[in-house]
Design a protein around this ligand. Structure first.
Ligand code: AMP
Length: 417
């Protein structure tokens, strides 16, 4: 038997239904927030991610799926959504002469060669948003609250935003220096990854999963002491807007995010009792220019959909996410079968979901089948009644039966489902 590759999964049943539910809800939500959906290729030139995500990030150094195609090109399966959207934005000149905020969202699979574990896959799905062309902190607040509101809408009422600012370039420069000065004398106490980070990307030390609870890390310098006055002012304004929008946020100076391109605010979405991030984002004002586009500010975030599915499933329980059907149409002879197939089409074209007996089951087995499919109603056909144009509809829960005229079946069901 051929099995699925490590770190991947098949999506079906309850999980797939939750995924579709999330996708549909977000498609609707994005219309309200004036976003356009964008789809970009699963693979891109490797250089895009090296320059876009950052040479020294874990994602690029350890996690990308790289290969050389038959034409000798260096190709990478996208590990995240932003770089591809930015590439498309630049290549297709989607900025035109626009002076408004330009908003996109995507719902796509990503590929990271990570060590598979709960909530961490090699093929993962992210739903993300990117807003280009506005440096107004009001947009940061709108974007953060958009993600927060989606979580609430999905029933995750204990959602909380962990928020930090990395400040402007000057703040980051000062802070980076302070981190290096602080950790350098303790280099031998650091994990292997952090020893490397100290040289290549000191901010990422704060992301350390190994030593973050040690005294050394707890006493490390915090960014808030190194922010320039204008960065402080910007962050305060952001908090003010988030208060207006009723976003439940807390400041967490350890949020730096795994990618290289962020400046100013960065944040992650969590549930109160769960330390697995559901999503994260930030402002990245230099990325578009660094990928040969115009100088243009940007802000965005991505949700890990696989994690959303699992927390939603925990919340609502398997039962509530079970599939249901409006009606099961029962038939036992050819006359009834001919009527069943006809009425099934009529119901389906009227947005009533239904199933027919298409495996030649006996009556008893059809009742069982209808239960298994969670059918709300049974449509009982009977040759004698059919001649008179009468159909019996049985409520599968209360077991009440009514007889209705053939022409009224649709209206009756629509009125009761
Ligand atoms: P990132 O692009 O790393 O900022 O990740 C954004 C979100 O995607 C995270 O908060 C997670 O919810 C999710 N995520 C990241 N990596 C994985 C993975 N390997 N498997 C599943 N979800 C992931």
């Amino acid at each position: 038997m051929i099995t699925k590759p490590k770190g991947t999964y098949d999506l079906y049943g309850t999980d797939e239904r939750i995924y579709s539910y999330i996708s549909n809800l977000i498609d609707d939500y994005m219309i309200n927030y004036n976003y356009d959906k964008i789809r970009t290729p699963v693979f891109e030139a490797s250089e895009l991610f090296h320059r876009g995500v950052g040479e020294t990030t874990d994602i690029v150094t350890k996690e990308t799926y790289d290969f050389t195609d038959r034409g000798g090109r260096s190709i990478t399966l996208r590990p995240e959504g932003t770089a591809g959207v930015v590439r498309s934005f630049i290549e297709n000149k989607l900025y035109g002469n626009r002076s408004d905020a330009i908003k996109f969202y995507y719902n796509e699979t990503m590929y990271r060669y990570e060590r598979p574990q709960a909530g961490r896959y090699r093929e993962l799905t992210q739903i993300g948003v990117e807003v280009f062309n506005s440096d107004d902190v009001m947009i940061d607040a709108e974007v953060i609250s958009l993600g927060y509101n989606i979580l609430k809408e999905l029933g995750l009422n204990d959602a909380v935003v962990k928020l930090n600012t990395l400040g402007d370039a000057e703040s980051r420069k000062n802070y980076t220096k302070a981190l290096v000065d602080y950790f350098k004398p303790h280099v031998k106490e650091l994990c292997e990854d952090c020893q490397r980070r100290l040289d290549t990307n000191p901010l990422r030390l704060l992301d350390c999963k190994v030593d973050s609870d040690t005294e050394l890390f707890k006493n490390a310098p915090v960014i808030s002491d190194y922010l320039t006055p204008s960065s402080i002012e910007r962050f305060n304004k952001l908090k003010e807007y988030l208060n207006i929008l009723d976003v439940d946020y807390e400041i967490n100076y350890n949020i730096v995010r795994g990618l290289d391109y962020y400046d100013h605010d960065v944040w992650e979405y969590f549930l109160e009792d769960n330390n697995l991030a559901l999503g994260g984002g930030g402002r990245y004002n230099t990325l578009i220019k660094s990928l040969d586009g115009p100088e243009m500010p940007a802000v965005g975030f991505a949700f890990g959909v696989d994690r959303l599915i699992s927390v939603i499933k925990n919340k609502i329980g398997e039962n509530e996410a079970e599939k249901t059907l409006d009606a099961f149409i029962m038939s036992v002879n050819e006359e009834e079968r001919m009527f069943a197939i006809k009425i099934s089409q009529t119901l389906r074209l009227n947005n009533i979901s239904c199933e027919i007996n298409s495996t030649n089951l006996g009556l008893k087995a059809q009742f069982k089948q209808a239960d298994r499919l969670n059918s709300k109603f049974l449509v009982l056909l009977n040759s004698e009644n059919l001649k008179k144009g009468i159909i019996t509809i049985k409520d599968n829960k209360t077991k009440e039966e009514v007889k209705v005229d053939e022409s009224e079946v649709v209206d009756y069901l629509l009125g009761n489902i």
